[in-house]
Design a protein. Structure first.
Lengths: 381, 526
């Protein structure tokens, strides 16, 4: 079933055992192309369709009225015109879940007295008491204040995070992580624009969650890269290889984490569409779902290739090609221990056996894993 | 070493359980946001920058206003630089909105001749009806009123201002040689304080407008010459020696403004003419464009305090005192956002969030147990501890900080389950890596923890930084979200270090696990 060197034959088993050898860096163009497409679609959609900004950003009055057979969109429009409110600027939507429907009516700001009589009008038309009609209003200044403050907070957050990553890791990682994050936001905004979902304060919160999640996910990957970087410092491993090895090592973790993060969001989505009053919950969950999938994708296909590109252009030049295929696999398997790579071969007997199994591999994995370390020199040649 | 691990493990479990039991025993549960329990929520923001003290004053005033209207348990809170009024389970939404929606600033305006306010759609006929019972003996002079029905001066003494004088020396108008700033306040120019609300403004007199009194009878008033701020906050009180009246203290820096206005009215200058024969000029006390009282001025200069007397009933006097106290609203506030959520919709949202949360956790646990087998027991235990910790902290924090647990907060917590589980995944994946490379589990566990702890705190710290900045800088529901994001992340860190670490290390050392790496869901290449 297994190959003599202990590497499983099926892809899934390799994944499970941490024996994958995917050349993430070599396929960096895929990530680049996808990112460009996403960017173009979002930019195109934003320029033609824009965002469907909710009441809270534009200011106005809104009602949620339980729908029934005798009360639908047309009846709601009638109530508005009875009260002398123009129906041209009004947005009337039917939002359905399995148990009940809600008619959402949004108009620009009207006088309080008019709003009261409209509320009563809806209640009468829908055959419910006035308490069952949810009314809300927002002044336009308030909406812009929320947006403005959220944006200011975001910018300061980005600056602080950049500084933090630069200190904790290095500035190139900060650039890569923030690019990946920007990618995720572009994806989510694009989805909102293309499908014309309403942007509400809840959506802003979903965006912020996505930002935090995307950064979190990227940091976990980068931490492994940095650890491996130190591990391979003695053998002058090209940075692209370090990135590839790290990515393969954390692949299973990324998949597991994604599954366990996305499962609750999916349950929000399912339950939210099944219960009345949770319509906003469903839209919120949708934004999160898109953002989280994008976050996992971007930390693998955007952040790390970008990091490798930044690093390889800036530092140690390597004359040989990157590790691919079985060479990469051997490095991935062999490097999964703590401590420096060079010491693991000599101290750990069992690890030696595993590595010996993989020693059909020629240079350079063989060299770097089985030979005693070359003493580090103070100056490069 | 083992003992320390046991101590850590047991103490964290005990602390969390005790905290939870204590919270439940004292009935301390997280305060639910309006979107989860239904009700009315209004956000009021000052129209100009206000200090924290100002906001607290306004908060208390609004709270007492709501209580006086019989709205039970109004939840009025200062959040940053806005005031949030949450009225859970209110039946009459409209009344609640009315009660909350106040600008709250009392204006002092001279009463002027009716003609100044003549507007095209004004119909004297209907107002004549109102004039049959004018309040406080105040009647606009040029309205063709049936004089016999107007009870001027005969039975009811017209309301008037006098110095409220416990000390006789103060009550003599001429007793003090007033400092120049006392008699005329040069900074107060009647025309320089235009009023920019309410449409009917007569072009002849800038700022003049027709405002209703509480009885519905309109009076014509000139531009605002002062606000309720000239009174000492909360100083208005009932006086009862000769009929009901109200005494209110003047602030030392408000005396100039007041005396300036009082002088005009006492001397019946054109800016505050006599609108009725035999009566001096009147000052209208206006709240939210309604004239609460329009007493005539009986002396030109006031020191320290003002007494308003007249044919008040006790209730009227109390209302006026309340208005004057409330007039001490330091700044004007305006409703920025109002939301009503019907109780059924709120309950549905809460139910949906709870079901979704439980279902999500269940799915995650099922997946992790299938994947990590026995090791997943640590995750189950850790998540239970984490959940209890979050519940206890949410109960405490929502009580302390005024941030109720809203739908956004609940979804934030559900999402946080994923991030929390990630700590375990990172840790366990590392253990598997080490095992694959031939370490014993006893050896692998502490090494893995050391390596992963660094990763976990770096990543979590970014979430906490984000939460702090958002909390600090944003408004409204985003703040509540940030609070719960930070809270859950900190809980994750605590649980990871004080529960997961000892649990896994002890498990790794036990004889039970020594030979059973397969039971951990780890398949070592053989």
């Amino acid at each position: 079933m297994n190959r003599p060197d202990g590497v499983a034959d099926s892809g899934i088993k390799r994944l499970f055992r941490g024996q994958t050898a995917i050349d993430f860096y070599g396929h960096r163009r895929i990530g680049l192309i996808v990112a460009m497409v996403v960017l173009l679609v979002t930019a195109g959609s934003l320029s033609t369709r824009g965002l469907n900004l909710g009441l809270d950003f534009e200011g106005g009055d809104a009602w949620d009225v339980p729908a029934s057979e005798t009360f639908g969109v047309d009846e709601a429009a009638d109530v508005l015109s009875d009260n002398g409110v123009s129906t041209t600027g009004a947005r009337i939507q039917r939002r359905s879940s399995e148990t009940a429907d809600v008619i959402t009516i949004q108009v620009e700001e009207v006088d309080r007295d008019v709003a009261v009589s409209i509320t009563e009008g809806f209640a009468v038309a829908a055959g419910v008491t006035a308490d069952e009609v949810s009314f809300s209003f927002t002044s336009s200044t308030w909406g812009s204040e929320i947006t403005e403050k959220a944006l200011r907070a975001l910018i300061i957050f980005l600056i602080v995070v950049s500084v933090f990553i630069s200190i904790r890791f290095e500035w190139r990682m900060a650039v890569a992580a923030l690019t990946a994050m920007a990618h995720d936001v572009v994806v989510t905004v694009g989805v909102y624009s293309v499908f014309a979902f309403e942007v509400t304060p809840a959506t802003v919160i979903a965006f912020l969650t996505i930002l935090a999640y995307s950064l979190y996910d990227t940091i976990v990957v980068f931490d492994r890269v940095r650890e491996n970087e130190g591990k391979y410092a003695g053998v002058r491993m090209p940075y692209e290889d370090v990135v590839n090895i790290s990515m393969n090592q954390v692949l299973m973790r990324s998949i597991n984490t994604s599954i366990s993060s996305i499962l609750p969001v999916i349950s929000l989505l399912l339950v939210g569409s099944g219960l009345l009053g949770a319509v906003t919950l469903r839209e919120f969950a949708l934004a999160l779902l898109v953002g989280m999938i994008s976050g996992v994708y971007s930390s693998i296909f955007v952040a790390t290739p970008l990091l490798a590109t930044l690093k390889s252009n800036s530092g140690r030049k390597s004359r040989r090609d990157c590790l691919v295929g079985e060479d990469l696999r051997a490095a991935v398997i062999g490097a999964g221990v703590t401590g420096r790579v060079v010491s693991s071969a000599s101290t750990d007997d069992e690890a030696d056996e595993v590595l010996a199994g993989a020693s059909s591999v020629v240079q350079p994995a063989d060299r770097l894993l089985n030979h005693p370390p070359r003493p580090r020199k103070k100056k490069r040649r | 070493m083992n003992r320390r691990l046991w101590t850590s493990l047991i103490s964290v479990v005990v602390i969390v359980v005790v905290a939870l039991v204590a919270n439940i025993a004292t009935g301390n549960t997280p305060i639910l946001g309006l979107d989860l329990q239904g009700g009315v929520s209004v956000i009021l923001a000052p129209t100009e920058p206000a200090s924290g003290d100002d906001l607290i004053v306004i908060r208390d005033l609004i709270r007492s206003e709501l209580e006086s209207r019989g709205i039970a348990e109004p939840d009025v809170r200062v959040q940053g630089d806005v005031i949030v009024v949450d009225l859970p389970g209110v039946k009459d939404q409209q009344e609640a909105l009315d009660a909350v929606d106040v600008s709250g600033v009392v204006e002092l305006r001279p009463v002027i001749n009716f003609a100044e306010c003549q507007t095209p759609d004004f119909s004297p006929a209907t107002d004549l009806e109102d004039l049959l019972s004018p309040p406080q003996g105040v009647v606009p002079s040029d309205v063709p009123a049936d004089s016999s029905t107007v009870p001027v001066d005969s039975t009811a003494e017209p309301a008037g201002f006098r110095s409220a004088a416990p000390d006789p020396a103060d009550s003599v108008p001429a007793d003090s040689v007033p400092a120049p700033s006392d008699t005329i306040a040069p900074e107060v120019d009647p025309t320089a304080v235009p009023l920019d609300e309410t449409p009917p403004v007569f072009p002849g007199t800038p700022g003049a407008e027709l405002l209703p009194t509480r009885d519905g009878q309109p009076l014509c008033v000139g531009p605002t010459q002062g606000t309720g701020e000239i009174f000492v906050r909360g100083s208005a009180e009932l006086t009862g020696d000769s009929g009901w009246g109200v005494a209110v203290s003047l602030r030392s820096d408000g005396q100039g403004t007041w005396n300036n206005l009082a002088n005009q009215c006492y001397n019946t200058t054109p800016t505050c003419p006599s609108t009725q024969p035999g009566v001096r000029g009147q000052i209208a006390i206006v709240l939210d464009s309604v004239i609460m009282s329009a007493p005539q001025v009986n002396q030109p200069n006031f020191t320290d305090s003002v007494a308003i007397t007249g044919s008040f009933s006790r209730g009227e006097a109390e209302d006026l005192a309340a208005v004057l106290n409330r007039g001490a609203f330091p700044v004007e506030v305006e409703a920025q956002e109002a939301r009503t959520v019907s109780a059924s919709a709120g309950a549905d949202s809460l139910e949906a969030a709870i079901i979704a949360g439980l279902l999500g956790v269940f799915l995650v646990l099922a997946f992790l147990i299938a994947y990590y087998r026995w090791l997943a027991l640590v995750i189950v235990g850790g998540l239970v501890i984490w959940g209890m910790m979050v519940f206890s902290l949410a109960s405490l924090v929502s009580g302390w900080t005024n941030y109720a647990l809203s739908l956004a907060g609940v979804t934030g917590i559900i999402v946080a389950v994923g991030v929390t589980v990630d700590s375990y995944v990172v840790f366990f994946e590392r253990i598997k890596d080490e095992l694959r490379n031939g370490r014993t589990i006893k050896n692998a566990a502490p090494r893995s923890f050391k390596a992963t702890w660094r990763t976990i705190w770096s990543a979590d710290l970014i979430s906490v930084i984000g939460a702090l900045i958002l909390f600090w800088l944003s408004v409204g529901s985003v703040r509540g979200f940030a609070l719960y994001l930070g809270l859950t992340t900190i809980c994750d860190l605590l649980v990871c270090y004080f529960f997961t670490r000892p649990a896994v290390l002890l498990l790794a050392r036990s004889k039970l696990m020594a030979k059973r790496t397969r039971a951990l869901g780890i398949e070592v290449a053989s």
